[in-house]
Design a protein around this ligand. Structure first.
Ligand SMILES: NC(=O)c1ccc[n+]([C@@H]2O[C@H](COP(=O)([O-])OP(=O)(O)OC[C@H]3O[C@@H](n4cnc5c(N)ncnc54)[C@H](O)[C@@H]3O)[C@@H](O)[C@H]2O)c1
Length: 317
């Protein structure tokens, strides 16, 4: 991977104290970039990144809803690129869609326009396709019919980014991520299962009937995928799915969790397939477009889950 677009460059990472964001920060610091983290610590954790403060990271405690602070910070640090991770990853009520999803993206884009910053990397989601009829689902699939507020917020954010590109020339790399797993994880099914099993639960209660299938992606593969694309100018202003090449079911994750946690409790399932309203029960996004440009994830979905559960167990040990 060419590092001239990373080394000695400045990245402004909104949400950089969160699960994926903190891994992005570590990656960039290791590549000798300068990193400005802008995070309100709503769901992030400063402990994830505190060791980088003497290695080229600056932390600003601020909200993307505070546009003035955002503009002042961008003007002060004049970054080469914004990696916009800040969002509420578990949007479950309608009020949050606008403020904690769409408005945060709008503010970041508008602050970029006003500060002459012209490149954004944005983590969208594989859930934007809704209940797609083509699996694995390619980026060209349509019509896009999201079935959750979270996915609608992500699709709306993508639309805003495309419009800012068209009108104001702000370049972008959008990634529709599969379910992300890995170090510093604080939410998601593998995290929930391990947490339940470690709290001496007598039963592992699973949301849905366990047949829901999704593809996953481990953080190291997310990082190499994102920067594989970012490092090559010719891939800018494009959308890429970023996922492993296969799926795993919730039942398989539950069984793997029991095995790795050395637990023998009973797994209990619900009768309906979906775990919650808006759960895409068969989510399989195609990574062919990335494979075609030479990026190959190193882990299958099952390997990504196993890798993550082992990391979580190390934290408990
Ligand atoms: N985790 C996944 O499976 C997944 C999949 C697809 C896309 N994404 C996207 O990736 C991004 C990071 O997700 P994550 O799983 O690391 O979530 P996370 O909650 O761990 O990280 C989000 C970070 O943003 C910060 N934040 C939230 N609102 C903010 C605001 N208004 N101003 C400043 N900071 C704010 C939080 O404090 C946190 O540090 C999100 O945009 C999410 O939607 C995540």
């Amino acid at each position: 991977m060419p590092i001239d677009k990373i080394s000695k460059k400045t990245f402004f990472v909104t949400g950089g104290a969160g699960f994926i964001g903190s891994n992005v920060v570590e990656f960039l610091i290791n590549k000798k970039a300068e990193v400005i983290v802008y995070d309100n610590l709503q769901s992030g954790n400063y402990d994830f990144i505190k060791n980088f403060s003497d290695k080229g990271m600056t932390f600003i405690k601020g909200s993307t809803l505070d546009k003035e602070l955002l503009i002042t910070s961008l003007k002060k640090y004049n970054p080469n690129c914004i990696i916009h991770m800040a969002a509420n990853p578990i949007i479950s009520y309608s009020g949050a869609v606008f403020d904690e999803g769409l408005r945060t993206t709008f503010n970041v884009l508008d602050a970029m326009r006003l500060s002459n910053i012209n490149h954004i990397i944005f983590p969208s989601s594989g859930s934007v396709y809704g209940n797609a009829t083509i699996l694995p689902t390619p980026e060209s699939y349509g019509p896009m019919l999201p079935i959750s507020l979270y996915a609608s917020m992500k699709l709306g954010s993508e639309a805003l980014i495309c419009a800012f590109n068209s009108i104001y020339g702000i370049d972008y790399n959008i990634f529709r991520l599969a379910n992300a797993v890995g170090k510093n994880m604080t939410h998601g099914v593998a995290y929930d299962f391990v947490k339940k099993l470690k709290s001496n639960a007598t039963e592992l209660n699973v949301l849905g009937n366990g047949t829901q299938k999704k593809n996953y992606i481990a953080v190291p593969d997310i990082l190499s995928g994102i920067f594989h694309v970012y490092s090559n100018e010719k891939y800018k202003n494009n959308i890429f799915n970023l996922a492993s090449s296969d799926q795993i079911s919730v039942r398989e994750i539950a069984e793997l969790s029991l095995k790795l946690c050395k637990s023998t409790v009973k797994i209990s399932y619900q009768t309906q397939q979906e775990g919650w309203k808006g759960d895409v029960v068969d989510n399989f996004i195609s990574n062919k477009r990335l494979l075609d440009i030479g990026f190959k994830p190193t882990m299958t979905s099952a390997q990504a889950i196993e890798y993550t559960i082992n990391l979580l167990l190390k934290n408990y040990a």
